[in-house]
Ligand binder design. Structure first.
Ligand code: SF4
Length: 298
């Protein structure tokens, strides 16, 4: 879809061949677009300018984003707008369940923006959404890709009590780059969220990193170890792509061979499944990731 991006000094750089994507063209894409527009829901596919939108929507899958279309944080890699926050729509849980009930999926990922402005960080809205999906979508497995709730265990418990089939939280990058990439987040909050979900609630957990921000291989391996130490089951690794000149730059394009290497290493280290590749995003082929990890059985 896009074959050029801005580099650090704002020169146009050509993307490697392996990062080129195709324009959406299937009937499913237009059906999903019409459904999303009619329901007035947000998708992270659109809000985060995901390069896979053609492939995913053509295949009839999408990732709905709850709690609004703006975020209370300003991570340097993310294309979701900051500020302009409005109260959560009370109709949203039912609308999410309604749209998912029409998609004939076996596995769906729901995510949200960060809502540090709300007393509960949006945890109650999360629980209501998961409960509404359970009631309306029989047999659908749901992955909740949640924020860190600023380390607040009570808010995290509210979401875990709603028992998503997979509790996902992306640590995003290695420890040394956290304060630059996500100034309002903490590496420890991310690890604690996963540890609580896995250890105290027995949930299957998943996390993801973007590569190409300048991290070293040893740091990626250390992050994998840290994630495994808190019981993380599934890992996704993908290439960071700069949404605009305002965002942090791409330091390196990681080769497909290196991603394959990380997958082999990660699974040998103990992850149930590692999805790794230049265009991998946490929700990309999430059903396949869940199937490999034994969560979704044919
Ligand atoms: S990878 Fe995830 S966010 Fe991107 S288009 Fe697919 S479902 Fe949407």
């Amino acid at each position: 879809m896009v074959n050029e991006k801005q580099s650090a000094d704002n020169k146009i750089v050509r993307l490697p061949e392996w990062l080129k994507t195709s324009l959406p063209k299937e009937e499913n894409y237009f059906r999903l677009r019409a459904l999303v527009e009619k329901s007035r829901l947000n998708t992270v596919c659109e809000s985060a300018s995901c390069p896979n939108i053609g492939q995913c929507w053509d295949a009839g899958t999408l990732t709905l984003m709850i709690l609004g279309d703006s975020c209370s944080r300003a991570c340097r890699f993310c294309d979701v707008p900051t500020g302009g926050l409005t109260p959560p729509s009370p109709d949203e849980p039912e609308s999410v369940a309604g749209i998912l009930s029409q998609l004939n999926l076996r596995y769906a990922v729901i995510t949200s923006v960060d809502r540090d402005d709300l007393a509960d960080g949006g945890a109650d809205h999360w629980a209501k959404t998961l409960n509404a999906i359970r009631e309306r979508c029989d047999g659908l497995k749901v992955e909740a890709l949640i924020p860190d709730f600023r380390g607040n265990q009570k808010n995290l418990k509210t979401v875990c009590d709603a028992r998503p089939d997979v509790l996902a939280h992306n640590i995003e990058t290695v420890e040394s780059l956290q304060s630059w990439a996500r100034p309002q987040s903490k590496y420890s909050w991310s690890l604690n969220a996963l540890e609580t979900a896995a250890g105290s609630f027995g949930l299957i957990t998943k996390s993801g990193l973007m590569l190409g921000l300048g991290e070293k291989k040893t740091e990626v391996l250390q992050t994998m170890k840290d994630l495994l130490s808190v019981g993380c089951n599934i890992l996704s690794l993908g290439q960071y792509l700069r949404p605009s000149r305002k965002h942090m730059r791409v330091v390196e394009f990681i080769s497909p061979a290196m991603f394959a290497d990380y997958k082999t290493i990660g699974e040998a280290m103990g992850f149930d499944h590692v999805e790794a590749g230049p265009l991998v995003r946490s929700s990309f082929r999430a059903d396949r990731q869940a199937r490999s990890a034994g969560i979704l059985v044919e």
